[in-house]
Design a protein around this ligand. Structure first.
Ligand code: FES
Length: 109
């Protein structure tokens, strides 16, 4: 498990990119939950963002890959449109401690 950031650095409805523990990560805060995934599109295995910290589609309802436009559910990481439908982003386990610090963990740890 490793520290992502203080919760206050994640803004409701917005995405943010991180490099932690050798992993590129996208985190999104939505409906007071924090979701985190490995920043790698399952289509070509490349980073997702349009520009730094900019991972969401225009409606801010989905994570969108900047290269071919695949749309991913923010809450599940599942690809719901685009060239990798049926695949998904690799989820990271998120926990928030009593000091409001956000921690993440790889699921296969
Ligand atoms: S690389 Fe992401 S949709 Fe093609």
């Amino acid at each position: 498990m490793f520290l992502l950031c203080p919760l206050e650095q994640l803004v409701e409805g917005k995405s943010r990119g991180f490099q932690r523990n050798g992993i590129a990560i996208v985190a999104v805060r939505k409906n007071q939950q924090v979701y985190a995934y490995v920043n790698r599109c399952p289509h070509r295995g490349i980073p997702l963002e349009w520009q730094p910290d900019d991972f969401l589609d225009y409606s801010a309802e989905f994570i969108q890959c900047a290269t071919h436009g695949a749309l991913f559910s923010i809450s599940s990481g599942e690809c719901i449109a685009g060239p990798c439908v049926g695949q998904g982003l690799e989820p990271l386990q998120v926990s928030i401690d009593a000091q409001q610090q956000v921690w993440v963990n790889e699921l296969d740890d």
